[in-house]
Design a protein around this ligand. Structure first.
Ligand SMILES: *Cc1c(COP(=O)(O)O)cnc(C)c1O
Length: 330
C-alpha cells in the first residue's frame, strides 16, 4: 500500500509553494479553506471568449460540456444543469419518483442527497454506512427496502466510489433506480470504470468547492435514452422542440414546440459551461495533485494512533479525494 505513496510526498512543501504561485492559492496564510476553486488564465480566456460572442446561454458550449463529460466517463448521454442539487432533482423526476414513494440514501452527505426525494413528494429513508469508507452499506439498503421504495441515491463520499456492483444487484432484484450522487467523485474510478458510466444516472456538481467548477453547475450522465429524454424535459419547463417527440399538433416549423410535462428552468449558461470545459481539461492533474496531497497526509498522520486515516483504494479503484476525513478515537 505504501508503494502507491513512495516518492509522492517528497518535496511536498516546495511543491505547494509552486502551486501557490501558479494557482493563486494563499497557502501561506493562517486560514485553510474548506475548498477553493483553482482558476487559471486558460479558464479566464475561455469565459471571455463566450462573453465576446453572441450566445451566452443555450449555445454551443452547453452541448460541448455534455459531450466532453461523456467522452471522459464513457457515458452515452449527458445533461448539464445549473447545480448538483438540480441534477439530483432532475434524476428523481426522470426516475418517476412521486408522492408516497421512498428513496434510500445515506445520512453522511450534503442535504441535497435527501432533499431531491422531498422535492418530488417522496420520503428519504436513511440506510447505515460502512465504518471504514463511510459509504452507504449495501446490506443496510436491502434491509430498508419496502414496497414503496423506488430508488437509491448512493453518495461517493469524499470521492471514494460506493460498492456499485452490490448496489446494482440489489436495485435489479427489487426494480429500483440506482442514482449515484457523484458531487465528490468526478475523476473517481470503480473497478477501472469512471464514475458517470456505472449507475442508471450519475449526478455531478460544479460548485467551487468541488474538483471541477463552473462557478455553479451540475450534470446528469446516463446510458438510457428514455431517461435522457426525461432529463432534457425536466431541465427546460417540460418543453421539447424535438419533432420526433411531438405528441399531437402537426410540427409547423422551427417555432413550434410542445410542453409535455411540468419542468423547471434548470439551464446552465454558456459562460458557466465554458469554464466547466476548460476545467475538465485539467481534471486528471487535479486528481493527481489531490492523490499526492493525500499521500502526504497519510505519511504525516501515520504515527498517531488516535487518528484513523481513510483506507487506500483497492486495485482498479481510484479515489479522487474531494475530502480527506480523519476519525479521532480517544
Ligand atoms: C455539493 C453537493 C451536492 C449539491 O451540489 P450543488 O452544486 O451545491 O447544488 C449534492 N450532493 C453532495 C454529496 C454534495 O457534496
Amino acid at each position: 500500500e505504501r508503494d502507491q505513496c513512495r516518492g509522492k510526498y517528497a518535496g511536498m512543501e516546495e511543491e505547494m509553494e509552486k502551486l501557490a504561485i501558479k494557482g493563486g492559492y494563499p497557502v501561506r496564510t493562517s486560514k485553510i479553506y474548506y475548498g477553493r476553486q483553482w482558476v487559471d488564465e486558460d479558464d479566464i480566456a475561455a469565459v471571455s471568449d463566450v462573453l465576446r460572442g453572441d450566445l451566452i446561454t443555450c449555445g454551443p458550449k452547453v452541448d460541448e460540456l455534455e459531450s466532453e463529460l461523456c467522452k471522459y466517463t464513457g457515458a452515452g448521454y449527458g445533461v448539464v444543469v445549473n447545480s448538483g442539487t438540480s441534477a439530483l432533482h432532475c434524476a428523481c423526476i426522470a426516475a418517476g419518483i412521486g408522492e408516497g414513494d421512498e428513496v434510500i440514501t445515506t445520512p453522511i452527505t450534503f442535504a441535497a442527497s435527501a432533499n431531491c426525494a422531498l422535492y418530488c413528494g417522496a420520503r428519504p429513508v436513511f440506510a447505515d454506512i460502512d465504518p471504514e469508507t463511510y459509504n452507504i452499506d449495501p446490506e443496510s439498503i436491502r434491509s430498508h427496502i419496502t414496497d414503496r421504495t423506488k430508488a437509491v441515491v448512493a453518495v461517493d463520499y469524499t470521492g471514494q466510489a460506493v460498492k456499485a456492483d452490490e448496489i446494482r444487484a440489489i436495485c435489479d432484484e427489487y426494480g429500483l433506480v440506482f442514482i449515484e450522487d457523484a458531487a465528490h467523485s468526478i475523476g473517481t474510478k470503480y473497478k477501472d470504470r469512471y464514475v458517470g458510466n456505472i449507475a442508471d444516472m450519475t449526478c455531478f456538481s460544479f460548485h467551487p468547492v468541488k474538483t471541477v467548477t463552473g462557478g455553479e453547475g451540475g450534470a446528469i450522465l446516463t446510458n438510457d435514452e428514455g431517461l435522457y429524454r426525461k432529463l432534457m424535459l425536466a431541465r427546460t419547463h417540460g418543453i421539447t422542440h424535438d419533432e420526433s417527440m411531438m405528441e399531437d399538433a402537426p410540427h409547423e416549423g422551427p417555432w413550434y414546440y410542445e410542453m409535455q410535462s411540468l419542468g423547471y428552468n434548470f439551464r446552465l449558461s454558456d459562460i458557466q459551461s465554458a469554464l466547466g470545459i476548460s476545467q475538465l481539461k485539467k481534471l486528471e492533474t487535479f486528481v493527481e495533485e489531490r492523490q499526492r496531497i493525500a499521500c502526504y497526509y497519510d505519511q504525516a498522520f501515520a504515527g498517531i494512533k488516535q487518528l484513523h486515516t481513510p483506507p487506500r483504494p483497492a486495485a482498479g479503484d481510484r479515489h479522487a479525494y474531494h475530502l480527506y476525513p480523519l476519525l479521532l478515537s480517544p
